[in-house]
Design a protein around this ligand. Structure first.
Ligand SMILES: [Zn+2]
Length: 235
């Protein structure tokens, strides 16, 4: 009898924890919001009653909640101005992982050159209004701002206004990005959730889940299937 009830309680605990992933991803924890939080409460990331909210400690996020993500802004990498903008509806329910299918880069100067050339290709050759991706991630551990959190991208046909996209700089068919790049993209997603740009219940996809492409490379595609929120073939 006791063993039985312990099992039920444990099952409930694990169920609740599973539903709190959005809060965990934002480096927070779920608790009754009458308890003091040395940071700020965010709604929509915790299961259970409405007053059970996500306490995100100051410092885990810092300015805007993303202090562990080093974003190289458009002005910092010398982006050309976009020729048009469409505001992105947020919070976005989906997130897509791509690779650039270019040589990789492992320092800031090399990554900046790479990002500039991708923007030139997307605007010049493809005729797009701007670089297609929301963000690009280098093996230097930096995140390079593409269209950013504000605007709809051009990365995953039919789904651009449903999800942001990060493109890992390099070609990842036979090997995965290094740990710096993988940590950076995971932190970027957590940052997006914390900022309310990505829904706490977001669905993670590889580009090939939503179209006829080998992107983001087989090795990287296999890896992201082990990540939280991975959602398999797009409906
Ligand atoms: Zn892609």
């Amino acid at each position: 009898m006791i063993a039985c009830c312990v099992a039920i309680v444990l099952a409930l605990v694990f169920q609740v924890q599973g539903a709190d992933e959005g809060c965990t991803a934002a480096s927070g924890h779920c608790q009754d919001d009458s308890i003091h939080c040395s940071g700020s409460y965010q709604s929509g990331l915790c299961s259970g009653a409405a007053n059970r909210r996500c306490c995100i400690p100051t410092g885990s996020g810092g300015s805007g909640g993303c202090s562990n993500v080093n974003i190289v802004t458009r002005s910092q990498w010398g982006a050309k101005a976009a020729t048009a903008h469409t505001a992105m509806p947020v919070p976005a329910p989906e997130f897509f992982i791509h690779h650039t299918e270019t040589p990789p880069c492992s320092d800031r100067a090399g990554c900046i050159a790479r990002v500039q050339s991708i923007q030139s290709y997307h605007m010049g050759h493809n005729g797009w209004s701007d670089i297609g991706y929301s963000f690009l991630v280098g093996e230097d551990g930096n995140v390079y701002e593409g269209r950013g959190w504000g605007y709809v991208g051009a990365h995953t046909e039919q789904y651009n206004s449903k999800g942001f996209a990060a493109s890992m700089i390099g070609s990842f068919d036979s090997h995965v990005p290094n740990d710096k790049a993988l940590t950076a993209v995971k932190n970027l997603i957590a940052c997006g959730v914390q900022l309310g740009k990505i829904a706490g219940s977001y669905r993670l996809y590889g580009h090939r889940d939503a179209g006829q492409t080998s992107c983001p490379g087989t090795a990287l595609y296999n890896l992201i299937q082990t990540w939280p929120h991975y959602s398999h073939a797009h409906p």
